[in-house]
Design a protein around this ligand. Structure first.
Ligand code: BF8
Ligand code: SF4
Length: 655
């Protein structure tokens, strides 16, 4: 790739520098492989290729006689709908299986089988226990923890017909009624996913709307799994509070042993943090100045939020961290670890360590990570990294000098603490009052990945700049939070550069009252992808405070670079909850006008939330701002009318 082309494909200066280097050293990256895949198959791109049975693949050309249906007679809308919801099944299984491991660990702690873990946040345990109906009065902490863990595990496979606990104890009455009426409330996470695979097997469901509703049920299971994952992770490791750190490849330290935690599971990354602290002396004995842990992807977000571990890169640029020549070990657990990292590791001294029995890469070093021996396993890996340090090749060291300050750690509770400094009786009113007063227009939540189909990091940054100008308050999770972190949007630098007058005033007011040493950021980092549950808590609290339904709230979401099945799954529950959701890449829906219409139009009538597909970030910002402003405007009219006639508020969705 030429310099020009590189600059057209990433806005991250560190990534651009490393891509130049990759070009000169002839190392192939995702950027090159994406190019080599062009042009991509249009059947696949539009979702009209069916491989559900091995009579296929069947590719549909609606205008061509004989090819307008699959061999079994499946119409294009059936095929597109089935393909779409199978992504949701994949995403929901990943998120919820992550949640299940966390819940099993809490159970093991309660039963004394996981000596290296403990209950760190007892208050949260009590709050969660009360919420999910576990008796707390006069009981030991571990007894309560055991019942909470069992209650969580029951959500995976219980056999009654009541909706999942972590769904129905975290949403408002209106949504509960809506999910009941539309029959999409899951009663068990595993069942909803298995049933969806059954439903989309050849010769089962051909009705696209029914298939999509099955997909939404699994998407709500995805929410259920991540909601319990967030709760229990906080119980085990602490609920995040504001923390100061840094981001981008410049966080790698040439004088220290650099270890990247990559993937999603905090059971591992958190233990690596604890173990690294204990092995600092060993690192020094090996001639290094210490151990420098850095994060990649969402497990990086987990330890950033709780421990202030700096972020090295996000999903798109994960291979580039290895090219610095100073990454001694990359520890992977599950999800979003590109197999391509191994090829780059082979060009350097970097040891790739896999730790999960469901996530191995040929040639990587496997250390099975078990909850019973967690500290021992984590130490073993760090000792490998210390050994690896001696193999570093000084002539291959190249760290791009870019890093930005980050203020992260904004769990829902931390946000409420922040607001509570201004209004201790009703913290959330600080946010809703600012919206009703027009100081800020509403809220946009950014989530999701990097996708080679976009300019790396650019869409999220562009949209955030535009929304900031328009006084929209912003929160983020996942790899978008990574993009914001690397660009300085998670610090006051972003506020100074981009916030409109209202937003700036609002953030500064929070800051003056916060009692924190650091200035507040433009975008508030709420955690990893499973922590999108924290964002759902935020909108539910806002709607309840205003006495309205979620679909009336001036709140939108954006996944500017959605990539994974998990992102599709998240987007699907977010719209079901009533939130308009922008996606910056076109998912394979265009092959069926009907399915496309359900996602973008019909969903609005039924749930109040819907997808907005727009690949141009400037246009996307317009659309998102317009939706938020329209909802805010309508809300004010309804409020005024209700006050004038002393009546209750009309609970109507956005038209
Ligand atoms: O769970 S944002 S690329 S790392 S899928 Fe993956 Fe997407 Fe990143 Fe986090 Ni979420
Ligand atoms: Fe073709 Fe039908 Fe089989 Fe799909 S399920 S591959 S459309 S025959």
């Amino acid at each position: 790739m030429s310099t020009q082309e590189i600059n057209r494909r990433t806005v991250d200066p560190a990534a651009a520098e490393m891509l130049e280097y990759a070009e000169s050293a002839k190392m192939s990256t995702a950027w090159d492989r994406y190019k080599a895949q062009q042009p991509q198959c249009k059947f696949g791109l539009t979702g009209v290729c069916c491989r559900i049975c091995i009579q296929g693949p069947c590719r549909i050309i609606p205008t061509k006689a004989g090819m307008d249906k699959g061999i079994c007679g499946a119409d294009v809308y059936t095929i597109v709908a089935r393909n779409l919801v199978r992504y949701i099944a994949g995403g929901a299984s990943a998120h919820s299986d992550h949640g299940r491991e966390i819940a099993y660990t809490l159970l093991a702690v309660a039963e004394g089988h996981a000596p290296d873990y403990k209950i760190t946040d007892k208050d949260k345990l009590m709050r969660v226990a009360k919420r999910v109906g576990v008796e707390t009065e006069g009981r030991e902490v571990l007894e309560i923890a055991k019942d909470v863990a069992i209650k969580a595990l029951e959500d995976f496979g219980k056999y009654d017909h009541d909706p999942c606990t972590w769904l129905y104890t975290t949403i408002d009455e209106e949504r509960k009624a809506k999910f009941k009426q539309t029959t999409i409330a899951p009663t068990a996470i595993d069942r909803s996913i298995a049933q969806l695979l059954h439903q989309t097997h050849i010769g089962v469901d051909a009705d696209p709307v029914n298939i999509i509703f099955g997909g939404l049920r699994a998407a709500l299971s995805d929410y259920t799994g991540m909601s319990l994952a967030t709760d229990i992770t906080d119980i085990l490791f602490g609920t995040p509070v504001p923390v100061l750190t840094e981001a981008n490849l410049g966080v790698l330290d040439p004088e220290k042993i650099n270890i990247a935690v990559h993937g999603h599971n905090p059971l591992l990354s958190q233990m690596v943090v604890y173990a690294a602290r204990e092995l600092e002396a060993e690192a020094k004995a090996a001639g290094a100045k210490g151990i420098n842990l850095v994060g990649i992807c969402c497990t990086g977000n987990e330890v950033l939020m709780r421990e202030g571990v700096p972020t090295a890169t996000n999903f798109g640029s994960q291979e580039l961290a290895i090219m610095t020549g100073v990454l001694d070990t990359m520890i992977m657990d599950v999800q979003c670890i590109a197999p391509g990292v191994k090829d780059i590791c082979d060009c350097f001294h970097t040891l790739l360590v896999s730790t999960s029995n469901i996530a191995k890469i040929p040639g990587s070093y496997h250390v099975e990570f078990k909850e019973a021996t967690a500290m021992e396993d984590a130490k073993k890996i760090i000792k490998l990294a210390i050994e690896q340090y001696a193999k570093r090749k000084p002539e291959l060291v190249k760290i791009p000098p870019y890093k930005k300050q980050v203020v992260g750690g904004f769990s829902f509770e931390a946000m409420m603490d922040l607001f509570g400094k201004i209004n201790p009786d009703s913290p959330i009113s600080v946010l809703t009052d600012a919206i009703m007063a027009g100081e800020i227009k509403g809220v946009c939540a950014f989530a999701g990945c990097n996708n080679q189909k976009t300019v790396h990091d650019d869409p999220g940054l562009t949209i955030a700049r535009e929304l900031a100008k328009r006084d929209i308050f912003m929160v983020s999770t996942g790899c978008m939070a990574g993009a914001f972190a690397k660009a300085g949007y998670l610090s006051s630098e972003g506020v100074e550069a981009y916030a409109g007058p209202g937003l700036k005033k609002f953030i500064k007011r929070l800051e003056e009252n916060s009692g924190l040493k650091a200035s507040l950021p433009l975008v508030f980092h709420m955690g990893s992808c499973v922590d999108n549950s924290r964002i759902a808590n935020l909108w539910t609290a806002m709607a309840q405070n205003l006495g309205i339904t979620v679909p009336q709230l001036p709140f939108a979401a954006s996944a500017p670079e959605a990539m994974s099945e998990k992102a599709i799954s998240i987007g699907s529950w977010v719209i079901s909850m009533g939130i308009p959701t922008h996606v910056g890449v076109l998912p394979p829906l265009e092959g069926s006008e009907l399915v496309y219409g359900v996602a973008t139009q019909i969903a609005k009538d039924v749930f109040g939330g819907y997808f907005m597909f727009e690949t141009d970030p400037m246009k996307a910002a317009e659309i998102i701002a317009e939706k938020i402003e329209k909802r805010a405007w309508k809300l004010k009219i309804l409020k005024e009318t209700a006050e004038k006639y002393n009546s209750s508020l009309a609970l109507v969705y956005e038209a």
